[in-house]
Ligand binder design. Structure first.
Ligand code: GLN
Length: 492
């Protein structure tokens, strides 16, 4: 079969169950596509062919013995920020280019236990800091819709492999938009869960009070399958919560669109720099949701001007603390011939961290330093609380909040050299992380250059099932999520 990659996760699961194809065939099909197409997309840092085929064979044996679960034998790719035992985990950095984790992240443990087959590890901005995947030590990944454009970031590799059909599912992480923005740039569905919903254990830390892992795929239905595997409390992550996990697949039709109150923050749609096509496509999608029975209600989210300054103090502050562990001593890169300990620290860190990571460490260290702590870090934490309260107030009157995922479609490669301009592009995603809320991106059309546009829906705490359900029903009556770039139509 040449078109296995066109199946949804449900169809793949059924095909495996009915023995229409084996996991080995399905896995080999993706490995062949990766060998042929990935040299253009440049999304994989590590392809695990042998291991994947061995996992596929094990999955086929489980199926023969009637011990298979729904996802047993279905392939996926992991963002290279999830620790994988025996396979390099680089976080896109020279610092970890030689790092082979001695253990699996909880998310990886769970995907293995569900029988999912790991195709490989995919590219990302260095330590997840960025919005284009260009800050990776391994070079830029291309947007499958137009190879001259970026796939977004930081989970750009995860988005690119799904858009080009080089994996049917991928994990991502989202500290300030890194699942939703690349999903938007590549025409995909991506869910950033409530903070505490998914274990952070074994995920290379960027900003620990903001980091959260989630699923990326074509549709809300596909995401729901992976979310069922990823979600849940973990004793190894003290910030993961013991809140009952929904069956996200079973609940795909559980939310009534009729009467659903969708909040439209008036400040969000009048942002300077919101591209006309993005505004038009997102408004069109909202109109469609209205036609399906939802009620559109204008709301106020007046803290919007504080989002970027608050996030860009808190995230770098936590990063500077988290990244202090890379000392050239215990693991990771070590400079040649250090003359003393100070030289070892200095040269190991300056030789192995890229420019954006060093910039964040400098900003964060400054914000946390004794003389400036109150003026910057403490103040930012207070503003963070106000941002959260702004959302909670809005949720008194609406069920979900709609926004663009990003002000523009995918940038051209090399276009975003100015860091501040890049930070401003995070305006629609970062407040969600500051507040710890769940949010989803759904593809809703294209701009004049045929680049995808995304709509973001933000939910109240623990409402992932509702977000997936709303997007699923929208996708039942639209076909943006099934459209594929030309490169995905190529056969291996
Ligand atoms: N673009 C944002 C940043 O650079 C978000 C990154 C992320 O979510 N990991 O920090």
């Amino acid at each position: 079969m040449t078109d296995l990659h066109r199946l949804s996760i449900r169809e793949m699961s059924e095909g495996l169950q009915k023995a229409q194809f084996s996991s080995r065939e399905l896995t080999q099909h993706y490995l062949d596509r990766i060998a042929k197409i990935d040299p253009q997309v440049k999304a994989y840092i590590s392809v695990c062919s042998e291991l994947a085929l061995a996992e596929a064979d094990a999955a086929d044996t489980l199926r023969k013995n009637d011990q298979a679960g729904q996802l047993t034998g279905i392939p996926l790719a992991h963002k290279d920020i999830f620790c994988t035992k025996g396979i390099k985990t680089s976080a896109g950095s020279k610092m970890l280019d030689n790092f082979i984790s001695p253990y699996d992240a909880t998310v990886v443990e769970k995907t293995k236990a569900a029988g999912l087959v790991t195709l490989g590890k995919v590219n990302m901005d260095e330590f997840a800091m960025g919005s284009t995947s260009e800050s990776s030590y391994y070079g830029a990944t291309r947007n499958p819709w137009n190879l001259e454009h970026v796939p977004g970031g930081s989970s750009g590799g995860s988005a690119a492999v799904i858009a080009a059909d080089l994996a049917p599912l991928a994990t991502g992480t989202d500290t300030g938009g890194s699942i939703r923005q690349p999903a938007s740039f590549c025409g995909l569905t991506g869910l950033k869960p409530t903070y505490g919903r998914v274990s952070r254990f074994g995920i290379v830390a960027f900003a620990s009070s903001l980091d959260q892992a989630g699923p990326m795929a074509r549709s809300a239905e596909d995401c729901a399958y992976l979310m069922n595997v990823m979600a849940g409390h973990d004793d190894k992550d003290s910030t993961s919560m013991e809140v009952p996990v929904d069956d996200y697949v079973a609940q795909l039709n559980s939310t009534q669109l009729k009467g659903l109150r969708i909040g439209i923050p008036k400040q969000y749609f009048s942002v300077d720099g919101l591209a006309a096509d993005v505004k038009a496509r997102t408004e069109q999608a909202l109109q469609q949701l209205k036609d399906l029975g939802a009620e559109l209600i204008e709301i106020d989210l007046s803290m919007i001007d504080s989002y970027v300054p608050t996030y860009y103090l808190i995230a770098p502050a936590e990063a500077s603390s988290n990244l202090s562990r890379y000392d050239g001593v215990r693991y990771g890169y070590r400079c040649d011939n250090p003359v003393d300990l100070k030289d070892l620290y200095e040269r190991s860190r300056s030789e192995a961290f890229g420019a954006e990571v060093q910039r964040r460490i400098l900003i964060g260290t400054y914000a946390l330093s004794a003389g400036y702590y109150d003026a910057y870090y403490v103040k930012a934490q207070k503003v963070r609380r106000l941002i959260q309260q702004d959302f909670l107030k809005a949720f008194e009157n609406v069920d979900v909040i709609a926004a663009p995922a990003a002000p523009t479609t995918a940038y051209k490669l090399g276009a975003s050299l100015d860091p501040v301009a890049m930070y401003l592009g995070d305006i629609y995603t970062i407040a969600v992380n500051l507040a710890g809320l769940p949010a989803i991106n759904a593809p809703v059309g294209f701009d004049a250059q045929q680049l995808p546009v995304g709509l973001q829906l933000i939910g109240n705490y623990w409402q992932e099932a509702q977000l997936l359900s709303v997007v699923h029903q929208y996708q039942q009556s639209t076909d943006w999520h099934t459209q594929r770039p030309a490169i995905a139509e190529e056969n291996a």
